[in-house]
Design a binder for this molecule. Structure first.
Ligand SMILES: [Zn+2]
Length: 316
């Protein structure tokens, strides 16, 4: 197996930073081991892996711009070879992701050399980027939808921030087999406080950062020390890291969640599965863990008497 190049992430981290005394802030994400753990759970062709890596990195960037308790979902739905991609990040930066794709169409798009520089546009096709934030305890849910645009996930994300939150935003994303990285810079509304530089200064800083981000190559994003990237993007301005958090792969599937799903299927449907397969097994799409319910367990979810299990014998 190929070895990762020097300088690649050995930890998974998201950092929030701000330009000192200016209303310009951002987030930087780099994933190594968590990305390796995540992609072990699916057999994806290279360009789909890359898209998945960028999407999960984007989900971490989005989550780190918000204050919430729960789960953020970034979903891409399109008419390309990858028809659905779901990447999730919790408020404590636990990630998981899955893609549904048409293998033949992916291979066909690879044969098209024009698609090789950034296969995103071909793989995603025309469709939407949906961001959903679900709070754990309150029954609250926020959802923002924008069209997939600009030929990349980074451009679609910029469009999302500019239309949903009215925040000028520059994003660069990258992923390969060994790691992923993302950098997001935003110009915030100026509320005074610690911000002493003028709005015009912040506008100039943001415009220069956006231009510099446009020139960052994927290999640099994935491997260069974050301080070097910051120096380049902010042209030597004083950038302070405010918070760092570890990110990890963790699937949120549980017996309780699967039980809820089976209850929503209904007793009749579950009975017919048992009649056919003698038990009910639900395999998690994200981590492929099989959750098995024998007939007794499955029927008890509905409070159904166990002696109604098809094919079972009742002891007297
Ligand atoms: Zn799972």
């Amino acid at each position: 197996m190929q070895q990762p190049a020097a300088g690649r992430a050995r930890i998974d981290i998201v950092q929030r930073f701000a330009v000192k005394q200016q209303s310009v802030r951002g987030q930087f994400v780099r994933l190594g081991p968590a990305w390796l753990a995540l992609r072990e759970h699916g057999d994806y062709p290279e360009p789909v892996r890359r898209m998945l890596g960028e999407a999960v990195t984007a989900a971490v960037l989005l989550a780190s711009t918000l204050k919430f308790q729960g789960e953020l979902t970034l979903q891409l739905q399109g008419d390309g070879a990858v028809r659905l991609l779901v990447a999730q990040c919790t408020n404590d930066f636990r990630i998981r992701a899955v893609a549904r794709f048409d293998r033949e169409r992916v291979e066909a798009s690879l044969r098209d050399t024009a698609a090789l520089t950034d296969p995103f546009a071909v793989l995603a096709g025309a469709g939407t980027l949906v961001v959903t934030v679900e709070a754990d305890r309150l029954a609250s849910r926020y959802q923002g939808v924008v069209p997939i645009s600009g030929g990349s996930l980074a451009a679609s994300l910029e469009h999302y921030f500019e239309t949903s939150e009215q925040l000028p935003t520059a994003v660069v994303l990258g992923a390969d087999d060994f790691g992923t990285a993302g950098l997001l810079v935003q110009r915030m509304p100026d509320h005074g406080g610690i911000v002493t530089a003028s709005v015009d200064t912040a506008k100039q800083t943001f415009a220069a950062a956006r231009a510099a981000i446009g020139g960052v190559q994927r290999d640099e994003l994935l491997a260069r020390p974050p301080e070097d990237l910051m120096r380049r993007v902010f042209n030597g301005l004083d950038v302070r890291v405010h918070e760092s958090h570890l990110v990890g792969f963790r699937c949120r599937c549980s017996r309780e969640r699967v039980s809820g799903m089976l209850r929503s299927l209904g007793l009749e449907e579950v009975r017919s599965i048992i009649a056919e397969q003698q038990s009910v097994t639900v395999t998690c799409e994200f981590c492929h863990r099989p959750w098995r319910f024998d007939p007794v367990d499955a029927l008890q979810l509905f409070g159904a008497p166990v002696d109604q299990v098809p094919g079972s014998t009742t002891l007297n």
